[in-house]
Design a binder for this molecule. Structure first.
Ligand SMILES: Cc1ncc(COP(=O)(O)O)c(C=O)c1O
Length: 391
């Protein structure tokens, strides 16, 4: 008999995964080019050349022990390079000891939450959000506290303040955001910091940053280290270098964090004992050698533009995302998200209802699909819009 708490988890499954399987089923019937599967945020661009060059170099010049165990926080040289990069961006000194190499952002968040949470501690999440946070928080005895964002998906500082209790341990922010694609401005981060610092206990800000390199329209993401004091960063190369299957990322505790000494040690302990032991050795070396590279962001920007045009030209509404890989379009009036999803499905457009992100009234479309798919989907969007009287 498995643990009783697991039963509801395995029965509910993942709506996004189900859509993925449905996409494959439809493709077998109608052909790849007639199914417009926008359900999954699986980056489809190839990693930049720096990654394959680094892999080749490592394979051609093996060093003794390069596949061996290492310090649980990862290679010193990799952590030093990351500390320098993030320190330079923020104009501050960061010690390599602030960094722990992890198995992607999912692992990083679990390491951090395991380090921070006592049973029953609360973690604030901002709706709409990446729903895996629920599991990450509950894995470590935490309680999820949902707070709505404003109409343009920006954090609402007053609403966050109203949700804070004696048990609030942390708040998770994610900018550029999945699913809305918004990027939080510096002033908002400052206001959040001021409000949190006015409380009588430390509330950590966990900055989940898998999309930090995917920004468009010449925008830059404000260095969160400059604006938030009690900060822990969870970074991943899953999207920046298109390496989601390789599982590589890091945590970085801000030197300004009031729990810096204990938290940096607790994260390394958590990383070891939750079972990762250390991040993949080869991939630490690869990211160290590719630290300033990123995927072809202009390509994603072009696809965002094409998909956004399809949506708005066909009569639908969406906030144009400045970052990440998603458009969070408004569900047309008078329909539930699921009803709209079903209508789109009839036209072979697959999207994910907002409920999967605690964002009812919207549906998410991922634009990390081929340009051809996006171009071919235009007619289908117009047909759905026509059926609903929108064009
Ligand atoms: C917002 C957000 N956080 C974390 C993750 C997990 O990323 P990783 O592959 O690095 O574990 C994802 C993956 O899609 C994500 O969208």
């Amino acid at each position: 008999m498995i643990a009783s708490r697991m039963i509801p988890k395995i029965r509910s499954g993942s709506a996004i995964r189900k859509m993925f399987e449905e996409g494959n089923r439809l493709k077998k019937i109608y052909g790849d080019d007639k199914v417009y599967d926008f359900s999954l945020g699986n980056p489809d661009l190839e990693p930049p050349k720096e990654v394959s060059d680094a892999l080749k170099e490592l394979a051609d010049n093996p060093t003794p022990g390069m596949h061996g165990y290492m310090s649980n926080s990862g290679y010193e040289s990799t952590r030093a390079a990351i500390a320098k990069k993030r320190g330079d961006e923020a104009g501050m000194e960061i010690d390599p000891g602030a960094v722990c190499m992890t198995v992607g952002a999912a692992c990083a968040m679990n390491d951090v939450l395991h380090s921070l949470l006592d049973e029953g501690d609360e973690v604030i999440v901002l709706c709409p959000y990446f729903m895996e946070y629920n599991s990450y928080i509950e894995n470590h005895g935490g309680k999820v506290v949902r707070v709505n964002t404003s109409d343009d998906f920006m954090p609402d500082i007053k609403a966050i303040e109203a949700a804070i209790t004696d048990r609030t341990k942390a708040i998770i922010i994610n900018s550029p955001n999945n699913p809305s694609g918004v990027v939080y401005p510096a002033e908002l981060l400052s206001s959040l910091n001021d409000m949190l610092k006015s409380k009588d206990h430390v509330i950590h800000v966990i900055s989940d940053e898998p999309y930090i390199d995917l920004v468009y329209d010449g925008m830059t993401v404000p260095p969160v280290l400059d604006y938030i004091d009690n900060l822990v960063i969870c970074f991943s190369w899953s999207k920046s270098l298109s390496l989601p299957g390789e599982r590589i990322g890091y945590t970085l505790v801000s030197p300004k964090n009031e729990d810096y000494e204990d938290l940096t040690q607790a994260i390394v302990y958590s990383h070891r004992t939750l079972g990762s032991v250390n991040a993949p050795a080869i991939w630490q070396k690869v990211v160290e050698k590719s630290l300033y590279a990123k995927v072809d962001v202009a390509n994603y920007e072009k696809r965002r533009d094409l998909l956004y045009s399809n949506i708005v030209d066909a009569g639908f509404t969406a906030v144009k995302p400045n970052g990440a890989l998603y458009i969070f379009m408004k569900t047309p009036d008078g329909l539930t998200d699921e009803e709209f999803q079903d209508i789109c499905h009839d036209y072979n457009i697959l999207l994910v209802p907002g409920k999967s992100f605690s964002g009812e009234g919207y549906c998410r479309l991922a634009f990390c699909v081929s340009e051809t798919t996006i171009r071919n989907s235009r007619e289908a969007f117009f047909a759905v819009g026509k059926k609903l009287g929108l064009n």
